[in-house]
Design a protein around this ligand. Structure first.
Ligand SMILES: Cc1cc2nc3c(=O)[nH]c(=O)nc-3n(C[C@H](O)[C@H](O)[C@H](O)COP(=O)(O)OP(=O)(O)OC[C@H]3O[C@@H](n4cnc5c(N)ncnc54)[C@H](O)[C@@H]3O)c2cc1C
Length: 541
């Protein structure tokens, strides 16, 4: 197996057919599929491919449905849980392509577990070994891997995206890669919430693509929060399926029906828990978890137990304080609009995969965490890689894309004046407006307007004066990207004047009657409806 390389300082310009930005599952599937389609491929990750992103520290269940007559029924049943936003055709093709991907993993020798009868169980992927395995597959496919090479901006020749530039960490030197097609697989935006795997997920790809003219969609569906032990970064919801909830003094916490609240990840408990947590501290005990299950939890996901072990808490016996962690678009839904079946965006030469894409087509207005997102990462990665490779084959001669291209990055990279802006104040403002439960779980026009006007004013300052040198350029660009994603989210939330899925409005508490709409937006400066023909796209269902 060849190993990853680094671009030597002073030799930072390279050419490739397909450039994949990102290092999670979507990026790895895209890189392998582009290489298998005959393209030369470079993969450039902000972190270290195999350990970065939301999957690497997690255990991801997939939407694993074998072929057969009842597949369409499974899709129909799941569609009924998408708040009417998803598209059955996309759901069906995602189920199909991701199932093929799971079978390929088995063929490649990924060590899926077996049951007592020796049957291979392929529905679940253990993040750390899945991503280590995918790193090896990427390298075996002769993809050039650039670890710790975050992208900062895209390049364009005025028609197509033609490459990207970024930083070599930790030195802070530049790299530029000219590519005939680019796949954005930079994950979601966690708005600087430090949950496992999400610290580097700041929506960089969304800003880069918006600067190139791509539309974002589903950005109102960012009201997703998951339970975690208070003060911990481990936001894995599964143990809370067996939780009961309490006040600090040990009295049972009651729901609106006067019953003791149990099960923190199902049965519509999220809203009740959010209300209780806005009112005051909430405690939990995993007292519905049988001893056999306790053992299974410990063995299946060792890091789930770490926060308790570190604090000397026995979560099955003691009560412990909990919080709801905001997840932005990581377990939320919004991202770049997918415009073509091979995951092309609205911009020629730019493809998207995984959480960087809007998952409205497959998960609708509800979270895709738990099954859909990981299957989408496999399927969209495969399609985007193929699409990018095909675009590269059709693309212009290298001489043309070399001579005519220019970089597109603005906010956080190329300030318009000398008025300095402190990056930490930008990050703080984004967190203050996007993280708190009382602001973002349930929204209203009055609060949305106030939040958005603060962030719009900040955006003007960022455009004018946010800049940094050397390695600090990454933080500046991340701050600009998360601020941009927040503005898209709040604008979309104001536009959807109804409650639907993860988008809850106190002033419009019900779903609007009539056809379900989507609200794609372009920006990043003036954020407004995407072009007429697609702006009020009715969902095919
Ligand atoms: C705790 C947790 C549990 C989950 N469990 C499930 C589950 O059971 N089932 C399920 O379906 N989904 C689950 N999910 C969601 C799932 O993990 C994601 O949908 C999946 O990781 C998305 O893959 P991705 O490759 O798009 O993004 P990620 O895995 O997040 O990877 C994004 C990559 O982009 C890189 N990157 C970011 N910015 C840049 C840049 N500027 N330049 C270059 N690279 C960049 C990052 O370093 C990272 O490698 C879970 C998520 C969490 C947080």
């Amino acid at each position: 197996m060849t190993d990853a390389i680094r671009i030597a300082p002073g030799k930072s310009l390279r050419d490739t057919d397909v450039l994949v930005l990102g290092g999670g599952p979507a990026a790895t599937w895209a890189a392998v599929s582009a290489a298998e389609a005959g393209a030369s491929v470079i993969l450039s990750d902000k972190g270290w491919l195999g350990t970065s992103g939301a999957t690497a520290p997690s255990n991801t269940g997939t939407w694993c449905v074998p072929p057969g007559d009842d597949r369409s029924q499974v899709v129909d049943r799941r569609w009924a849980r998408t708040a009417g936003v998803a598209d059955r055709r996309w759901m069906a093709r995602t189920v199909d392509q991701s199932y093929r991907g799971l079978l390929r993993l088995a063929d490649w020798g990924y060590p899926f577990p077996r049951d007592e009868n020796g049957n291979v169980y392929i529905a679940n992927l253990r993040g750390p070994d899945y991503m280590r395995f995918m790193r090896a597959r990427v390298l075996a496919a002769k993809v050039t891997v650039l670890d710790h090479h975050p992208a900062l901006e895209l390049w364009s020749d005025g028609t197509s995206v033609t490459g990207a530039s970024g930083l070599i960490r930790p030195e802070g030197q530049d790299w530029t890669i000219r590519a005939r097609a680019v796949v954005l697989a930079t994950g979601g935006c966690a708005f600087f919430e430090r949950t496992s795997g999400a610290a580097g997920l700041t929506g960089d790809g969304l800003l880069m693509a918006a600067e190139a003219g791509a539309a974002l969609s589903g950005m109102e569906f960012t009201g997703k929060y998951t339970l975690a032990p208070y003060g911990s970064s481990v936001n894995k919801g599964l143990p809370f399926r067996w939780a009961s909830f309490y006040h600090a003094d040990g009295r049972p916490l009651l729901n609106s029906k006067g019953e003791h609240m149990t099960n923190g990840i199902g049965g519509g408990s999220e809203g009740e828990l959010a209300r209780a947590l806005i009112a005051g501290p909430v405690y939990a005990r995993l007292d519905q978890c049988e001893p056999a299950l306790q053992d299974w939890l410990r063995r299946g996901q060792p890091n789930v137990m770490q926060p308790y072990d570190r604090q000397g808490i026995d979560p099955f016996r003691d009560i412990f304080r909990v919080e709801l962690k905001p997840e932005g678009t990581v377990r939320g839904i919004g991202g770049l609009r997918v415009a073509t079946d091979d995951c092309g965006t609205d911009v020629p030469g730019l493809y998207v995969a995984g959480d960087a894409a809007s998952r409205e087509d497959v998960a609708g207005g509800l979270s895709g965490g738990g099954a859909i997102n990981s299957s989408w990462a496999i399927a969209s990665g495969y399609w985007a890689g193929r699409g990018a490779a095909a675009h590269a084959r059709r693309g212009p001669a290298r001489s043309r894309f070399r001579s005519q291209s220019a970089p597109l990055g603005q906010a956080g990279l190329r300030p318009r004046s000398d008025a300095a802006v402190d990056v930490t104040s930008v990050i703080a403002a984004v967190r203050e407006e996007m993280a708190p439960l009382h602001k973002n779980f349930v929204r209203s026009e009055v609060t949305l307007k106030a939040r958005l006007s603060r962030l719009d004013a900040l955006w003007e300052k960022v455009q004018s004066g946010l800049a940094a040198d050397g390695p600090a350029r990454l933080r500046a660009r991340e701050a600009a990207a998360a601020l941009s994603a927040a503005r898209f989210s709040l604008t979309a939330a104001r536009t959807r004047t109804e409650s639907r899925g993860m988008h809850r409005r106190s002033d419009f508490p019900a779903e609007a009657p009539g056809p379900v709409r989507r609200y794609p937006l372009t920006g990043p400066d003036e954020i407004g409806p995407a072009p007429e023909a697609v702006a009020q796209h009715e969902v095919a269902s």
